[in-house]
Design a protein around this ligand. Structure first.
Ligand code: PEP
Length: 255
């Protein structure tokens, strides 16, 4: 826990559509040591659905958490190909990523759908990691803050203060995801500070101070230290580098 903020850092690996079951076991084995040493921070992995049970077994005896990458809005029913929050809970997940920009972009997920998914996750007892962030076009048009404000307002609409306090937010500028371009620590901090101020409306002043806001977008071993030094950055959502155990171990052990 950081004495200055009272928030624990969270380092989350989003494996996207990567990792068979044997690869899952190897990826987890490769970060166990780093995670065990990182007592003052939380670590989790988000494998694809087919590897969740294997991951849950491999994680026994560790403090590494398990997340899914998506869920459906309903607890059960005739929704071919979908997975419910209750099923994720049953397989051992404690967390679920909601509204990742790849889902917004390729699966047409809207802020309204994100809101329903947050509700579904909370009902199932999962902690949602809610992704927001602007595209390059929106940033170049000087629209970054209005876009993320809208994503927060529409995504969190109607949630109780207690529900909002249980969320993790991930600020992920779309132009930085998987591109090798990272937001500068100053650009990221500007967005994180704005998000935290906005969260006061939803969770009150102390509530907003307790919510973790992760940065995501080409986080690597060589840029993680400077990003994590920012006062409103409480961890990272890591895609590509979380598939390399040496790189992710170094990210977990950031200074
Ligand atoms: C992500 O998948 O959320 C992500 C930030 O990916 P990358 O680290 O590869 O940019």
């Amino acid at each position: 826990m950081r004495k200055s903020t009272g928030r624990r850092f969270l380092l989350a690996g989003n494996w996207k559509m990567h990792a068979t079951r044997p690869e899952t076991t190897a990826l987890i084995d490769g970060i166990k040591e780093a995670a065990a040493k990182a007592r003052d921070r939380d670590v989790l992995v988000a494998p694809p659905f087919t590897a969740l049970e294997t991951a849950a077994r491999a994680l026994v005896g560790t403090t590494i958490g398990l997340a899914a990458q998506n869920l459906h809005t309903e607890p059960k029913g005739a929704f071919t190909g979908e997975i419910a929050g209750e099923m994720l809970k049953d397989v051992g997940c404690g967390w679920v990523i909601v509204g990742h920009s790849e889902r917004r972009q390729y699966c047409n997920e809207t802020n309204e759908l994100v809101r329903l998914k947050i509700d579904a996750a909370l009902r199932a007892g999962l902690t949602p990691i809610v992704c927001i962030g602007e595209t390059l076009r929106e940033r170049e048009a000087d629209n970054t803050l209005p876009v993320i404000e809208r994503q927060v307002r529409e995504g969190l609409a109607g949630l109780s203060r207690d529900a909002v306090k249980n969320l993790v937010i991930a600020y992920e500028p779309v132009w930085a995801i998987g591109t090798g371009k990272t937001a500068t620590p100053e650009q990221a901090e500007e967005a994180h500070g704005a998000i935290r101020r906005l969260l006061r409306e939803f969770a009150g002043e102390t509530g907003a101070e307790s919510i973790r806001i992760l940065y995501g977008g080409s986080v690597k071993a060589d840029n993680v230290d400077a990003l994590m030094a920012q006062p409103n950055i409480d961890g990272a959502l890591v895609g590509g580098a979380s598939l390399d155990t040496t790189a992710f171990s170094r990210i977990i052990a950031f200074q």
